[in-house]
Design a protein around this ligand. Structure first.
Ligand SMILES: Cc1cc2nc3c(=O)[nH]c(=O)nc-3n(C[C@H](O)[C@H](O)[C@H](O)COP(=O)(O)O)c2cc1C
Length: 321
């Protein structure tokens, strides 16, 4: 079966499946595995210390696959400057870049007069419209089920995706809560031209930077084992529930400000769990789809399985249609 969509055409990939940016997890091994298996892998630029470290990572991917891949930029409110990282990515000839967490205008300005495909991860209809008006080639739209940073309006993927499909004319990529062929086909039924997954890719063999404890926690979690933290800071984000997230929630309930919270929600606290496996002094982002994750396959086995599930659904639709 063919899986040609506007997104596979735009990005030059075989399957319309994108690996979302994954802070401190999406390095060369995972990005290359996703691209090699037919999707679009991405390196998460801002997890790397310098433009040179990013260049090294990009070259590692190129040594592992000749397929297209992307570089993701989370440019949040408290993020560090990123222009020199974009410059390095351009110089290395990467053909796809994605951005989230802030105004894409200055980011796009750097990509003017290049052939780089520009993707924007948004969490609301108005953000999708803005991304389109600024020149995005496609938008990823993440619903409330998703792992990591979310929209402030608590809208689930099932409602958000068709709304955005109706509001923009560029291709829409559905994100949040997708972990198998059923979710993938549901996204297409909503009008999406592809999907982005985050949490599902953490529980793969090639996500080599994720600690065993993190992977095991994903396997053990049900759909109710995630918590939204940072809501009081106007930046809600979904993580696996644990002692550390409970502490954060307690502080937020008592109106702690950013200064008081920053060491609890920092990249260091994140890495203590996701790299070092210390569940009591750190946290890990994850979406509700954790409740559907039962194993840690290779990316290629995951994709084979998703294609099989999707083919069953497509055949059923044809048969009944
Ligand atoms: C551990 C983790 C880290 C993330 N880091 C980033 C990031 O750096 N940049 C980004 O654009 N999105 C990031 N996201 C969001 C994902 O790319 C994706 O939109 C989200 O995971 C989709 O929901 P799902 O987890 O239900 O698949 C992160 C998500 C997770 C789970």
């Amino acid at each position: 079966m063919e899986w040609k969509t506007k997104v596979t055409e735009l990005l030059g990939i075989k399957l319309p499946i994108i690996q979302g940016g994954l802070a401190y997890l999406a390095y060369a091994e995972l990005a290359a595995a996703v691209s090699e298996a037919g999707g679009l892998g991405q390196i998460t630029a801002m997890s790397l210390e310098s433009p040179d470290a990013l260049r090294t990572e990009i070259r590692k991917v190129k040594a592992m696959t000749d397929k297209p891949f992307g570089v993701n930029f989370a440019i949040g409110q408290h993020g560090r400057p990123y222009a020199h990282m974009v410059e390095a990515t351009l110089e290395e000839g990467v053909q796809v870049m994605s951005v989230t967490g802030g105004n894409p205008a200055p980011f796009f300005a750097q990509l003017e007069n290049t052939s780089v495909k520009k993707l924007v991860l948004v969490a609301a209809k108005r953000q999708a419209q803005k991304a389109e008006s600024l020149g995005a080639d496609a938008v990823m739209v993440v619903g409330q089920e998703g792992g990591g940073h979310l929209g402030r309006d608590d809208i689930g993927t099932m409602v958000l995706v068709p709304q955005v499909v109706d509001a923009v004319s560029i291709p829409v990529i559905a994100s949040g809560g997708i972990g198998d062929g059923r979710g993938w086909m549901a996204a297409h039924a909503l009008g999406a031209e592809g999907i982005e997954m985050g949490t599902r890719f953490i529980a793969t063999q090639e996500c080599v930077h994720a600690s065993q404890a993190y992977k095991e926690a994903l396997l053990a979690s049900s759909e109710t084992d995630t918590t939204v933290i940072k809501r009081s800071l106007g930046a809600p984000a979904r993580a696996l529930t644990g002692r550390w997230t409970e502490t954060i929630l307690g502080m937020e309930a008592e109106n702690a400000d950013y200064e008081a919270l920053k060491n609890f929600i920092s990249g260091e606290a994140n890495r203590r769990f996701i790299h070092d496996g210390d569940v009591d002094t750190g946290f890990g982002w994850a979406g509700q789809v954790a409740g559907l994750i039962e194993d840690v396959p290779t990316v290629s086995v995951l994709f084979e399985r998703m294609v099989m599930e999707a083919e069953i659904i497509r055949n059923k639709w044809n048969f009944n249609g």
